[in-house]
Design a protein around this ligand. Structure first.
Ligand SMILES: Nc1ncnc2c1ncn2[C@@H]1O[C@H](COP(=O)(O)OP(=O)(O)O)[C@@H](O)[C@H]1O
Ligand SMILES: [Mg+2]
Length: 233
């Protein structure tokens, strides 16, 4: 059975989807059969980051409701044989428990499922999570993102999966002006060692979301995300 890494955050725009895509690319680069499962429904963006939005027409809800074959809702990434993409629904935000059985079936087909949740979502069906699974809580290192992150951490506390806070969008200028916390302070405040920090990266993914070319990581981005990947594995 493959592992599940769930990516969540209490506030929007912290970089859940960007981090989900980057980690999926690192895993697939290591020849792990990886499924990037976009659970944000109409708020999804992973398909845009990957430049496959025009390909995606069938989703896992079609599999559940209309009994479309599972394989037709799973998209292989052109040029990336170990990476696949699926989304829960193209039009609505579904309760994830409805998908539990499908996800269980998918765990048999993949080494790793990276589940990109909508912002602030309720705990993902606890019955699916195991001790070796991970819940990544993505937060900026400022008080406005930290508070919702702490709240979500409480929500997830009873889950068997390990909860790992990941700091994104660190900005040196803001750190210097004490408008952001450094990683040690974040670890102290969250009472848990944080992974990252991922700095604010100019043009991170955004320029490549043109429907023509899948986003690929620069060597510097690879180094940053490999460290996070290894911290989770
Ligand atoms: N480390 C980063 N450096 C620069 N831009 C980033 C970084 N992380 C995320 N972004 C940008 O911030 C925006 C929101 O990121 P996204 O991954 O969609 O957040 P979420 O899924 O949490 O809503 C996107 O435009 C993305 O490219
Ligand atoms: Mg997102």
């Amino acid at each position: 059975m493959g592992k599940i890494w769930t990516i969540a955050s209490g506030s929007g725009g912290t970089g859940k989807s960007s981090i989900a895509v980057a980690l999926a690319q690192i895993a697939a680069g290591d020849r792990k059969k990886t499924l990037l499962l976009d659970a944000a429904g109409p708020f999804r963006t992973c398909d845009l980051f990957l430049g496959i939005q025009s390909l995606v027409t069938v989703d896992l809800t079609d599999v559940l409701v209309d009994h479309v074959k599972m394989d037709s809702a799973i998209y292989s990434l052109p040029g990336s044989p170990f990476l696949s993409y699926a989304c829960t629904s193209l039009v609505t935000c579904l309760p994830l428990d409805e998908l539990s059985e499908l996800i269980l079936a998918l765990q048999g087909k993949f080494d790793l499922i990276i589940l990109d949740l909508p912002t602030g979502s309720d705990p993902f069906s606890a019955s699916l999570m195991k001790g070796e699974d991970r819940i990544l809580l993505v937060t900026r290192p400022d008080p406005f993102s930290l508070r919702p992150c702490e709240a979500l951490m409480q929500n997830y506390r009873s889950m068997p999966a390990q909860i790992v806070p990941v700091v994104n969008l660190e900005d040196r200028a803001l750190l210097r002006r004490k408008m952001q916390y450094d990683s040690d302070t974040m670890s102290l405040l969250l009472d848990s060692r944080v992974l990252g920090p991922v700095p604010r990266i100019p043009d991170f993914f955004t320029l490549k979301a043109n429907g023509e070319e899948a986003a690929s990581l620069s060597w510097k981005e690879q180094r940053i995300f490999r460290r996070i990947y290894e911290g989770l594995a």
